[in-house]
Design a protein around this ligand. Structure first.
Ligand SMILES: [Zn+2]
Length: 404
C-alpha cells in the first residue's frame, strides 16, 4: 500500500510553517501551523512549486570557452555560432544539453523549453539531439523543443521550420526581426505553426531599435486568426524603449491576444546597448506595462555560457534576482516569472502547495521567502511528481578567532 510521505518543518512562501503530505505524485494534505513540538527534516527551508525555465538554448549551452564572441553583441554571437555550429555533432549537442539539464534540475527546475538551431550549419542535428534528450528526461524534467530557424522565412527558413516540426520539434520558432520582411515573416511562422498544430514561440524584436516592432503585428494576427495553440514572444527588447503610450497600447493588445512574453534579462543585459556607453539601456522588455495590462510575463535564463552570454549558473533564482534588480519587480512577482507565469507561458498545469496539485516542488534554504531568494543557497531539494530527484548538500567551514 502506498502511504505517501510527509515533508515536515518547511515554511510556505507566505511564511506559514506547514507539513505537506505527498502521495502518488500529488500533494494530498497541507497542515498549516502544525503543533510546535513537530519538527522535520525541512526545518530551515522554504517549500515552493518547482521552477520552470521558459527559454533556454540547450544546443548551445556550455560552449563559451570554445566559441568566443569578442564583439560581445548579438551580431558577434550569431556570427561566432554560425562559424562553429557546423562542427557540433549530435552526440556533442546531447551531452552538453544533458549537462545543462543536470545543473538546472539540481537548482529546482522541472520543465525547460529550449530553442534549438535548425538550418544551414546544423541541419536537423540539434532537433534530433534534443528529441532524444527529451525522451530520456521524460518524467523528471519536461523538455519542450522549439525549432529556431534562419532566414528568410519565405525561403529556406520556412522549409526548415516545416521539416523540423515533422522531425520532432514541439514548437515553431524563428527570428522575424532578422528577416528581410519582418512583418511578413511573423505571418509565415504563424501559418506554419497552425498547419502543424504546434504552439509558436518567436524571438521577437531583440533590438534596441524602436523602429523594429513586430510584437503588435503578432498580437493582431493572433487576434484575427484565433490561433489556438499558444503563442509566446521572447525578448521583446524594443518594446522597452517605446514611449509610455505605445507600451500601453501594445501591452493591451498582447494581453487581449493571450500572447505570453518572456523577458530574458541575463542575455539582453549582456548583448544590448554596447554602443551606448552613456546611460546604457537595460535591454529589457516593458515588464511593468505588460503586467499592468495583465499579460503573462515570464523570465528565463536564455543562454548558459555560450557566445550570447558567457556567464550563467542555470539557476532560476539568478533570473529572479535580475527581475528584482534590473526589472524592478518585488520578490513575490519576480518569483512568479520563473514559476507560475512560466508555467502559463509553456501551457503547463498549474502547481501550488495545495491538495490535489502535482508534487513538483523545490525546498530552498532560508528563514523566509526573501531570505531564500536572495541567498540562493545551493543546498536544495527537488521533487518531481513526488519523487525526490535532486538533493544538494553544502559543507562550509569557517575558521575564526575566538573573539570574532
Ligand atoms: Zn533565445
Amino acid at each position: 500500500m502506498n502511504i505517501g510521505t510527509w515533508l515536515r518543518g518547511a515554511r510556505l512562501a507566505d511564511g506559514t510553517p506547514a507539513d505537506v503530505h505527498i502521495e502518488a505524485g500529488r500533494i494530498t494534505d497541507v497542515v498549516r501551523d502544525p503543533p510546535a513540538t513537530t519538527t522535520g527534516d525541512l526545518d530551515g527551508y522554504v517549500l515552493l512549486p518547482s521552477f520552470v525555465e521558459p527559454h533556454a538554448h540547450l544546443d548551445k549551452a556550455l560552449t563559451a570557452a570554445r566559441v568566443p564572441n569578442p564583439a560581445g553583441d548579438l551580431r558577434g554571437a550569431i556570427e561566432a555560432m554560425a562559424a562553429a555550429a557546423g562542427s557540433f555533432s549530435t552526440a556533442d549537442i546531447a551531452a552538453r544539453a544533458d549537462a545543462a539539464l543536470r545543473v538546472m534540475l539540481a537548482h529546482g527546475t522541472t520543465a525547460v523549453r529550449t530553442h534549438v538551431d535548425v538550418g544551414t550549419s546544423t541541419g536537423m542535428r540539434a532537433v534530433a539531439a534534443l528529441a532524444d534528450v527529451r525522451e530520456r528526461w521524460a518524467g523528471t524534467v519536461d523538455v519542450q523543443v522549439v525549432a529556431l530557424v534562419g532566414r528568410p522565412l519565405d525561403g529556406p527558413g520556412g522549409a526548415d521550420l516545416r521539416q523540423a516540426l515533422r522531425e520532432g520539434a514541439d514548437v515553431a520558432g524563428g527570428c522575424p526581426h532578422l528577416d528581410p520582411d519582418p512583418d511578413r515573416a511573423v505571418g509565415i511562422c504563424l501559418d506554419i505553426a497552425g498547419a502543424a498544430g504546434a504552439p509558436l514561440d518567436l524571438h521577437t524584436d531583440e533590438t534596441l531599435d524602436p523602429a523594429m516592432l513586430t510584437l503588435p503585428v503578432l498580437a493582431d494576427l493572433v487576434l484575427r486568426t484565433g490561433f489556438p495553440h499558444g503563442v509566446t514572444a521572447s525578448h521583446c527588447v524594443s518594446l522597452g524603449v517605446q514611449p509610455d503610450e505605445v507600451q500601453r497600447a501594445v501591452a493591451d493588445k498582447v494581453s487581449e491576444a493571450g500572447v505570453a512574453v518572456v523577458a530574458l534579462p541575463q542575455t539582453n543585459l549582456f548583448l544590448q546597448g554596447r554602443r551606448q556607453p552613456v546611460a546604457t539601456p537595460r535591454g529589457l522588455t516593458a515588464v511593468h506595462a505588460l503586467r499592468r495590462a495583465r499579460a503573462t510575463v515570464a523570465a528565463g535564463g536564455d543562454n548558459l555560457r555560450d557566445p550570447f552570454h558567457p556567464m550563467g549558473r542555470g539557476d532560476p533564482l539568478e533570473v529572479a534576482a535580475l527581475m528584482v534588480t534590473a526589472g524592478h519587480l518585488d520578490t513575490v512577482d519576480a518569483l512568479a516569472t520563473v514559476t507560475a507565469e512560466a508555467r502559463t507561458a509553456l501551457r503547463l498545469p498549474a502547481v501550488a502547495i495545495a491538495p490535489g496539485m502535482p508534487a513538483d516542488l523545490v525546498a530552498l534554504r532560508g528563514a523566509n521567502l526573501l531570505d531564500a531568494l536572495a541567498a540562493a543557497d545551493q543546498q536544495r531539494r527537488v521533487w518531481r511528481a513526488g519523487r525526490l530527484v535532486a538533493r544538494t548538500t553544502v559543507s562550509r567551514e569557517l575558521s575564526l578567532s575566538e573573539d570574532t
